[in-house]
Structure formats: C-alpha cells, structure tokens
Design a protein around this ligand. Structure first.
Ligand SMILES: Cc1ncc(COP(=O)(O)O)c(C=O)c1O
Length: 398
C-alpha cells in the first residue's frame, strides 16, 4: 500500500523500541530496573478521581463542546491569570486529549510545507516528528550543558529565517530537567521581538519544580509577546493523570479557532468525565501535589549524588521535571567485553541486556553522550539501579 509521504520523515522511535523491550523482559519475569517512564508513579489524587466518579454517576457521559466545557475553560482561564499572570479569555482556550494533542493541533493549524520551527536540543522526542507530520521543517538549535541548557541568543538569531513560523520553549525541560532563568528567558524574548513568529511555550512540567523560585515562562518575563504566544499545558505530570489524556492550549483567537476546527474533524472533545476531573484538579487542594513534589525532590538528590559518585558519569542537578540527564561521555573510549563504548544507544542497550537497567539514550533527544533516567520511581529502585550502574562501570577496561 502506498502511504502518505507525510510519513516519510517519521522514523520509528528508538525510545519506544527500548521501552517495549524493557516491558517485554519484565513481563517474562526478568527483574528490570525501569528508569524509562515519562510519567509519575503516584496514583491520581483521590479528590480528582471522585470528581470523575460523581460525573459518571450524574450521567455526564455525552459529547461536550469540542473546545471543552465552559466550566473547565473558565477554570483554566482563572488559573492562567492567578498563577501565571497571563490574561486569556475562556474563548482563547482549547481543551484537548493531552498536551501532545494540543501541540499537534498547533502545528497542523499553523504550518505549510517548508515552514520552519525552531527547536532547542536536547528536545522532547515528539517535537520534530509533530512538526514534520504537519509538513514543516524542524530547525534544531543546540544548547550546552555548561550553559545549563539555556538557549544561546546568538545561535537563535542565526537560526531565524523568513521561513521561521514558530519557536518552541520547554522549561522545565524533558529530557534535561533544566529550568530557564529570568535572564535566559529575557534574552530569548529580546531576539524574538525582532522576528514575527509564534512562540510555543510547553509548560507541562510547571508544577514539578525543586527550587524556591516560582514558575515562569517566556511571556511572564516578556508580556509584550503575549499576542503571539500559545501556552500549552496539561494534567498528566502535575496531577499524575497521564492515562486520562487531558491537555490544553491558550493562545491567539485565530490560532485557537483553527486548532478547534482541526479537532472538530478529528477527536472532537476530550472525555466528558475527564473534563470534570480536570476542573477539580485546578480548583482543589494543593497538598497531594506538594507531597509528590517533595518526594520527587528527595529522589532527585539521591539519584544525582549516586550518579556523581560513579567515575566517568557526571550529572547536573535538574531544577524541575522528573529526569536526571547525566553525561556518559567519560565512559566513551573504555571497553566493555572487548568493544569500545562510543554512543548512548550502545550504552543503553548494554545496560538493558546485561545489567537489567532501562535508561533512555540521549541520541533521540538530539543529545548524544547523555542518557535520560526518570526518578518517577521508588527510592529503592533508584538505589538498585545505581548499584547496577556501578557494576557496569566496574567491568569496563581502559
Ligand atoms: C515536554 C512534554 N510536553 C508534552 C508532553 C505531553 O503530555 P500529555 O500529552 O500527556 O499531556 C510530554 C509528555 O511526556 C512532555 O514530556
């Protein structure tokens, strides 16, 4: 069968392949230490579940407006105003089946063939593919670990072209956990002021922060850019609701209505009962989320300290999200079973096959020389994984 050429640039994800293999091994009873997950290991807080149960019991089980129930769009509008200081009317908000869906809609509504989208690396694996599925061209702008993975304004300026339609920012970041400082955001804003393109700020890890500094995104520090910014956020990470598939976008009316038209003809509304649960999530108590963040912070500290104690591995302390992103470049050139180590895919495969540790290679994130490990898992699992990593490094020869 001849499939659409839209699929030509899309490659099967090596991350998913690794995850699938780790899961298959675990299903066979192999004792895998899983660091590959991109989701909190906590259950959805009970008060959120109860809101969905109540909605079910009340028969709230029919189609809703594509853009979302008015109650939820209002709650999102109020959240953006109160917590982020951003003014978006409910009509400027579209609720979708996950932040991934929101981002997909953005690019489908915005891009024509050949339009460019700037993505800073290391990046979340889905950004380039989503841009390409919309016939756009991803333009990758590298950032450096030494700069805390903050964009280099000069490189950004160089990458902007008349074809640049959008720039994506993601802080706290998947995969690095890096949080952009006020100065870093201001520097990016200064460059973007000179170029009329959409700013996509993916704030999905907003609540998973381990410093005392409040969350901020680009428009918070540069409110003049609000008219051409779309804020993408969701419920998966902050409220441990990955399986519920709920996200949203807030942005310029024209863009949001274009996205809504695409959603009208694809998924229609996000689930009715999920939307009721989302209202509870936004308006309910903060304690369950604070407890989760506190535990994540303790796990992060444990993980980073353990990694930095291993010769050849170096790990920055991430200020947000739930990933450590250590450099393994110090292991390259050493030998394992007679083969020289040279890449993150190779190291991830050895770790999974011989040491039963599932860690995601940095290469698909545009960051060769790193591996991503999630601390959305218990402290015991982290200790066990660290011990296996030590065993691996101990077997290496010069
Ligand atoms: C950076 C980033 N953005 C967006 C998403 C999408 O989240 P969801 O579709 O579950 O809301 C993810 C999920 O892993 C992510 O890491």
């Amino acid at each position: 069968m001849k499939l659409s050429r839209r699929l030509d640039p899309i490659t099967p994800s090596p991350t998913l392949a690794l995850n699938a293999k780790a899961k298959a091994l675990a299903a066979q009873g192999v004792d895998i230490v899983g660091f590959a997950a991109g989701e909190p290991d906590f259950d959805t807080p009970d008060f959120i579940k109860q809101a969905a149960v109540k909605a079910l019991e009340q028969g709230f089980t029919k189609y809703t407006a594509t853009a979302g129930i008015p109650e939820l769009r209002k709650a999102i509008s109020e959240k953006l105003s109160k917590e982020n200081g951003l003014s978006f009317t409910p009509e400027q908000i579209l609720v979708s089946c996950g932040a991934k869906h929101s981002l997909y809609n953005v690019f489908q509504a915005l891009l024509n063939e050949g339009d460019e989208v700037i993505i800073f690396s290391p990046y979340w694996v889905s950004y380039p593919d989503m841009v390409q599925l919309a016939m756009g061209t991803p333009v990758i702008v590298p950032t450096r670990e030494e700069d805390g993975f903050a964009p280099d304004p000069a490189l950004l300026r160089k990458a902007l072209s008349p074809k640049t339609k959008a720039v994506i920012l993601n802080s706290p970041s998947n995969p690095t956990g890096a949080v952009l400082s006020t100065d870093a955001l201001k520097a990016v804003a200064e460059v973007l002021r000179g170029h009329d393109c959409l700013i996509v700020t993916d704030d999905i890890y907003e609540r998973l922060l381990y410093t005392d500094a409040p969350f901020q995104n680009l428009v918070k520090v540069a409110p003049d850019l609000l008219p051409r910014t779309v804020v993408v956020n969701g419920f998966s990470k902050a409220f441990s609701m990955t399986g519920w598939r709920l996200g949203y976008a807030a942005g310029p009316s024209e863009l949001i209505s274009g996205m809504k038209m695409i959603q009208d003809q694809s998924t229609s509304n996000a689930t009715s009962i999920g939307q009721k649960a989302a209202v509870a999530a936004l308006t309910g108590p903060r304690e369950p989320i604070e407890a989760m963040v506190k535990e994540f912070r303790a796990r992060r500290d444990l993980f980073v300290e353990g990694l930095n104690a291993i010769e050849g591995i170096r790990c920055r302390k991430p200020d947000g999200a739930f990933y450590v992103f250590p450099s393994i470049q110090g292991l390259f050139g050493k030998s394992y079973k007679g083969a020289k180590l040279h890449g993150s895919m190779q190291v991830s495969e050895i770790l999974l096959n011989d040491f039963r540790v599932a860690a995601v290679p940095g290469q698909p994130f545009g960051a060769e020389g790193f591996i991503r490990m999630s601390f959305a898992t218990s402290r015991e699992t982290i200790e066990k994984g660290l011990s296996r990593l030590r065993d691996f490094v101990a077997t290496l020869t010069a």
